[in-house]
Write a protein that binds this ligand. Structure first.
Ligand code: MLC
Ligand code: AMP
Length: 504
């Protein structure tokens, strides 16, 4: 029976004893080991009463077991909903409720708080720890290590990935088997991945980049991954001589360059460094080439679309650009107000169409209609310009978004929490350039008349309510926010005023 992702990514490797995951302690897992574990997990999902199309939310640390949960979901037709491990229980509640998830996999330490909420919502909670133990693997331990993958059509959903919006309301991007597989095939081909590749995998596996771009490509190609729990500079330096490729956010590359141990010699076995999820500064691109002789290949994508453009593997990798549309992806630059197509050289909204573009937002048809045009083009919210020879540069965003170390932070999310703090009349959250994270969060607060704000107290309050990566790293107190004649807060003015707060 067909199951597009299973047939392409897993079936060819069943029972193979080729290396798939290399752990930092030197141990490894073969493709066969990994798929047998995934099969046991798929049985456990079925026994837990999950049917094709049901959702499973996972807020778990990165481990081979965590990755096998994704594979098990594909096998059992369950829709996989990975969650940032930094989210607070309060943030996670929303995802559980909105997605109507049937099973939550989480850490034991989060159990008490989340469990209570899960009970209230009638949702089952099982644990999976960083070391691969927990109540879920226990349920799977005695299950058969073969699973007949359930039938899935290309349009059936494989994953639901939440992405926030300018209204502060997170939306679940529905990604089908067809969306993920088409993009994986194209990327494997254009970046020339093969069974001999060994990828340094230091990204989290709860986002498109680490989960789909990295993992799916290596599975399709039959290659291996040095699977690190997180980005650790020394561990990456140590792994480089054994690896052939790396994918990272720009912070990975600036951190490597800041370390004198990172030398040309160390990279002599590498054939490709890929960057994405946030802008790579041209100076980083050039410094990297000067140090190593490698030109980083920058590409551009997003949760809703997977990857849209890439610099070429063979051919000119142009610093400061995200390259050309991938095969099968149509890209146009439009007038943000009228939607009329703009000529090369003119800045406008980036719109994309192709088999990679998602199926819409989960149970939010009106949000889907706002961003997905009837002709199939998705309005990305990124502003760009195309050169005469088709290279795209991203020059800004029409969406109010901060990208910090590759994590997206929607100011509205943070403002809603700050506005509820005692003594705060209103707030405006902006991004400012940051030497390590690219951008970081600045909160501008206006106190209520007569109130004296205690920033330390506000920071402590935010701890339980907002993931750490979303919390402001700098506070400014003003008597009032700058507004235009329509009463709209002039964030541009604020960004200009505080653009140097993180400069060293
Ligand atoms: C960690 N912290 C962050 C942060 N990451 N704060 C802001 N932004 C981030 N990105 C917090 C930590 O909790 C810690 O809090 C403090 O900042 C310093 O942490 P650190 O030790 O320096 O951070 P580290 O753990 O090394 O993580 C940094 C990082 C990581 C850049 C390695 O954030 C990362 O792996 N980012 C990748 C994100 C990603 O995969 N994006 C892809 C999205 S998909 P405290 O309390 O100690 O101060 C997508 C589509 C596409 O966008 O095109 O790919
Ligand atoms: P996400 O919602 O996490 O999928 O983030 C996607 C956003 O990251 C895009 O809409 C872009 O704004 C940004 N992005 C991804 N890749 C790049 C890149 N190479 N250069 C600049 N911005 C990027």
């Amino acid at each position: 029976m067909p199951n597009p992702l299973y047939d392409a990514l897993f079936a060819p490797h069943l029972d193979k004893d080729t290396t798939f995951l290399i752990m930092p302690d030197g141990t490894s897992l073969t493709h066969g080991d990994f798929l047998r574990m995934a099969a046991r997990f798929a049985h456990a999902l079925q026994d837990a009463g999950l049917h094709p199309g049901d959702r499973l939310a996972a807020q778990v640390d990165k481990s081979p077991q965590a990755l096998a949960v994704y594979a098990a979901c594909v096998m059992a037709g369950v829709v996989f909903l990975p969650l940032n491990t930094g989210y607070t229980p309060r943030e996670v509640d929303y995802f559980i409720e909105n997605s109507g998830t049937s099973l939550v996999l989480g850490r034991a330490e989060a159990r008490e708080e989340l469990h209570h909420d899960c009970d209230r919502m009638g949702v089952r909670y099982e644990t999976l720890e960083a070391d691969g133990t927990g109540s879920f693997p226990d349920l799977a331990a005695a299950k058969p290590d073969h699973f007949d993958a359930v039938d899935r059509a290309p349009d059936d959903l494989a994953a639901l990935l939440y992405t926030s919006g300018t209204t502060g309301l997170s939306k679940g991007a529905m990604l089908s088997h067809g969306n993920l597989l088409s993009n994986t095939r194209v990327l494997r081909d254009v970046w020339q991945f093969g069974a001999d590749d060994v990828l340094i995998h230091a990204l989290p596996i709860f986002h498109t980049h680490g989960l789909f771009v990295a993992t799916n490509i290596l599975l399709l190609a039959g290659g291996a991954m040095i699977f690190m729990p997180r980005f650790n500079l020394s561990a990456v330096l140590k792994a480089l001589p054994q690896a052939t490729t790396m994918m990272g956010v720009p912070t990975f590359y600036t951190r490597l360059l800041d370390d004198p141990r990172f030398t040309r010699d160390l990279t002599s076995n590498m054939r490709l460094f890929i960057s994405g999820s946030a802008p790579l500064l041209p100076e980083t691109h050039r410094a990297f080439e000067d140090r190593t002789g490698h030109r980083i290949l920058e590409r551009y994508g997003m949760t809703e679309t997977n990857m849209n453009t890439s610099n070429p593997f063979d051919g000119e990798r142009r610093a400061g650009t995200v390259g050309v549309p991938l095969p099968g992806v149509e890209l146009r630059i439009t007038d943000p107000d009228t939607g009329a197509t703009r000529a090369p050289g003119e800045v406008g909204m980036i719109e994309v169409r192709g088999p990679n573009v998602f199926q819409g937002y989960w149970r939010m048809p009106e949000k889907t209609a706002e961003e997905l045009r009837p002709d199939g083009f998705f309005i990305t919210g990124d502003l760009g310009v195309a050169s005469d020879d088709g290279y795209v540069s991203i020059v800004g965003r029409s969406k109010d978004l901060i990208i910090s170390g590759g994590f997206n932070i929607y100011p509205k999310d943070v403002e809603m929490v700050l506005d509820e703090e005692a003594g705060v009349l209103e707030s405006a959250v902006i991004g400012a350039p940051h030497p390590d994270f690219g951008e970081s969060v600045v909160a501008v607060l206006v106190p209520e008349p007569g109130a004296v704000l205690d920033i330390a107290e506000i920071e402590a309050e935010l701890g339980g309510r907002l993931a750490r990566f979303k919390q402001p790293r700098h506070y400014v107190i003003l008597d009032e926010l700058p507004r235009n004649s329509m009463g709209k807060v002039q964030k541009k003015k604020l960004r200009n005023a505080y653009r140097e707060v993180f400069s060293d």
